[in-house]
Design a protein around this ligand. Sequence first.
Ligand SMILES: C[S@@+](CC[C@H](N)C(=O)[O-])C[C@H]1O[C@@H](n2cnc3c(N)ncnc32)[C@H](O)[C@@H]1O
Length: 372
Amino acid sequence: MTGFDYHRLRRFPDVEAANLQAWDTTDELLVRHALAAGAPDGEIAVIGDGYGAITLALADAGIAGIRVHQDLVTGRGALANNAAALGLSGWAAHELDRDLLAGARLVLLQLPKALAELEEVADAIARWAAPDVVLVAGGRVKHMSPAQNEVLARSFAQVQPQRGERKSRLIVASGARPVPHEPPFPVRQTHDGLTLCAFGGAFAGSRLDIGTRALLDAMRGLSLPVAAPRVVDLGCGTGALAASFALRNPDATVVATDRSAAAVRSAQATMAANGLAGRVEVTLDDSGSQLPDGSADLVLLNPPFHLGAGVHEGAGRRLIRAAARLLRPGGEVWTVFNSHLDHRRALSRDVGATEQVARTPKFTVTRSIRRA
Ligand SMILES: C[S@@+](CC[C@H](N)C(=O)[O-])C[C@H]1O[C@@H](n2cnc3c(N)ncnc32)[C@H](O)[C@@H]1O
């Protein structure tokens, strides 16, 4: 054990709540494993460090030259904030690329939820890290599956699950296999003339999610009183809503924004695949925070409802409040959500008058008008 005090970590600027903590046992096991292995300065990479617990515990133990990749801009902000609060430094932030991994001999990974994301990460490590790299991947036992071992085994010759401890488990992988010439992502699929591109961590992959489809269908009845509307796809994922709107409305100014780097890279690829690269701006941002108040005539919103492993409405509510801030008075937000969620009340309260536009067996689509 290190003397690092994990309790001092916060999730801010991400959603905070009494039942949501900023680290878990897996972080502690990964750090302990790395320190026992004699984590070498400058040869260690950390992937999926939620709020900086792994990086900061290693930095606190005197390890220097740590390279870190976090998908979410909120996690990146939390790492920076926690580091400042604790007076720690000694790492560099990277995208999931060669610079993150070149020469790395130990990679610590918080297992992602999606197998596609794990496949992309495993390929990247086998592709770019040192040939003798050891990957130590960990997760909560209840979220782990044999399929994760199978995915790892495609990129590594030895995959050894360790004994579980305090409901977490590590998997040690080594013996990087030769990789295919081209990385396996992005993948792409075309749906009724709309091509979606997806990196491993993007919501729904290159499929068209049924909630997204419900909103796209309902949007056929959308007509705005302005000729050249300013539109924001808030939490854009692979960019299906932004791309579809831009293709049908050549005079619109469209911004697609997401807090996930995988989503942003995917949406950029989607725009390019549909001839929209110069027309739709894609930004990495938390809740559209870089966009000015009252600057949108229309917000398209398919909010998340999973926060971490538990179902939590906080993440969706945050985007509803953001939509209210972004819209000009009289502007509209079209929202799709799982019908069991109480988002309609939040939309009426935070945005303004809200009506149901469509309802499928699972989803509700609403239109809310921003009050003056
Ligand atoms: C249900 S998916 C919808 C994706 C896409 N709009 C679609 O309909 O296919 C929700 C998206 O919201 C993003 N998201 C969640 N919280 C966010 C936040 N605070 N700021 C920006 N994006 C966020 C997630 O990364 C995810 O891509």
